[in-house]
Design a protein around this ligand. Structure first.
Ligand SMILES: Cc1ncc(COP(=O)(O)O)c(C=O)c1O
Length: 422
């Protein structure tokens, strides 16, 4: 009854501080849940944090809105092509499709999950307008080579930094390499406050478009705001009491059924038919994100020490650690991916760990436009075309390395992994 379930993701980003601060917004700070000074404070604080004073910043309710508005700002038309990684989230596909651009998927390399340059070159045509460079699970992409390519073909680059806040290439942090970069403070990202994104504009040519984008943005409706706040309460309690008579499973189920909390992806997005891109960042989101940003170094140091432990201690011939060779101090270890020999072994490992109360994260597993229940036809994805991404996504699992997990738990996980046999 009181066996503790350990999770890789899913509710693991809501800590006690976020929970208490959310309660304060639901009580004595109620008048400030939508409007207030924190959005501006956070935008300025964020530019300080990334030490970038030459660029401009716009905050949005979510990433989808940020990418959609960047593409609109660039003025993409139906003939323009936007290149996206084959291994990505459906919200990326949806935003590109809704911007009217033609989405072109490009395959990845099997060891780095970054663009396969040869295939990327083949995908560039005279209509290519933008390449979205995604730093998957934090891993730096081969951005410098892509910039050369983009310069040759006069293509714009948008860095998708959803997973890579705090990661670096050499001494350069992962942003502002080129025209635009988009960061996340979404619920399952490096720092979390349910929903929120920043678009950093580095290309001066577009600075004068900022006011017209801001004019289009509205405050999210009040009920949506409350649903975001309720998510924090449900998520925190669920993680703590997940196994208590299945009570919280029931609460999660009911909260979802009756739309009391927000979901990462709406049904419309899974069908690439989501069109609500005009919401601003909430004051309450900005406040909580600001507080999380202040302690990001500590959070990341903890994640890196867990990753180091996994790197040194996992020893099983069926498990390959992706990115093991990376320099530890240059990344945030947002996710800790492992690759199994085959899809069957991945499924066996998943069930074996589940039997031992460890839920390994599989949202980025099983399919290469994630999550698994996405309607692939609507994403314009052609099956069997990008074999590397398809193959990797079938064999990948993510180990827990978040700040709610203790080293005692990590040791238990490693022991189980090392004892795993086919
Ligand atoms: C790489 C990447 N880019 C973009 C997004 C979209 O972010 P959001 O859910 O905040 O719109 C995600 C979502 O998980 C993602 O993983």
């Amino acid at each position: 009854m009181f066996k503790k379930t350990l999770m890789s993701e899913f509710f693991t980003t809501i800590n006690l501080n976020i929970f208490l601060r959310t309660l304060s917004f639901l009580t004595y700070k109620l008048p400030f849940i939508r409007y207030g000074k924190y959005v501006e404070n956070l935008e300025n604080g964020f530019l300080w944090y990334i030490w970038n004073f030459d660029s401009r910043i716009i905050s949005f309710y979510n990433w989808r809105s940020a990418i959609y508005h960047s593409l609109k700002m660039i003025w993409v038309t139906k003939n323009d092509e936007v290149i996206v990684s084959w291994y990505t989230c459906v919200s990326v596909s949806n935003a590109v499709i809704q911007s009217w651009a033609k989405i072109i998927y490009s395959d990845i390399e099997k060891n780095n999950l970054w663009y396969d340059l040869k295939k990327l070159k083949q995908n560039i045509t005279k209509n290519t307008k933008v390449i979205i460079v995604q730093y998957t699970f934090w891993k730096p992409n081969n951005i410098e080579k892509i910039i050369e390519l983009a310069k040759d073909h006069k293509i714009l680059i948008i860095e998708d930094c959803a997973h890579s806040l705090w990661s670096k290439i050499k001494w350069k942090k992962l942003w502002s390499f080129w025209d635009f970069s988009i960061f996340s403070i979404g619920r399952d990202k490096v720092i979390s406050w349910i929903t929120g994104w920043f678009l950093i504009i580095n290309n001066q040519k577009y600075f004068n478009k900022i006011d017209s984008i801001k004019e289009k943005l509205n405050m999210p409706p009040i009920w949506l705001t409350f649903r975001n706040l309720f998510y924090n309460i449900v998520a925190y309690k669920s993680y703590k009491l997940y196994d208590f008579f299945s009570l919280w499973k029931m609460i999660i189920f009911l909260s979802r059924k009756f739309n009391i909390i927000t979901e990462i992806l709406t049904e419309k997005e899974k069908k690439c038919n989501f069109k609500e891109f005009n919401y601003k960042l909430l004051n309450s989101s900005a406040f909580l994100a600001f507080k999380e940003l202040q302690k990001i170094k500590l959070t990341n140091i903890y994640k890196i020490s867990i990753a180091n432990y996994y790197n040194n201690m996992i020893d099983n011939k069926y498990i390959k650690i992706l990115f093991k060779e990376e320099k530890q101090n240059k990344n945030n270890y947002f996710r800790y991916p492992i690759l199994l020999e085959s899809e069957e072994i991945k499924k066996e490992l998943y069930h074996y760990m589940k039997k031992n109360n460890i839920l390994l994260w599989k949202s980025w597993s099983g399919i290469n436009i994630v999550p698994e229940w996405v309607n692939l036809t609507n994403t314009n994805y052609i099956l069997w075309k990008c074999l590397v991404a398809e193959n990797i996504s079938k064999r990948i699992l993510i180990l827990p390395n978040h700040s709610l997990i203790t080293f005692k738990d990590i040791k238990k996980i490693v022991q189980l992994l090392n004892n795993f046999k086919k």
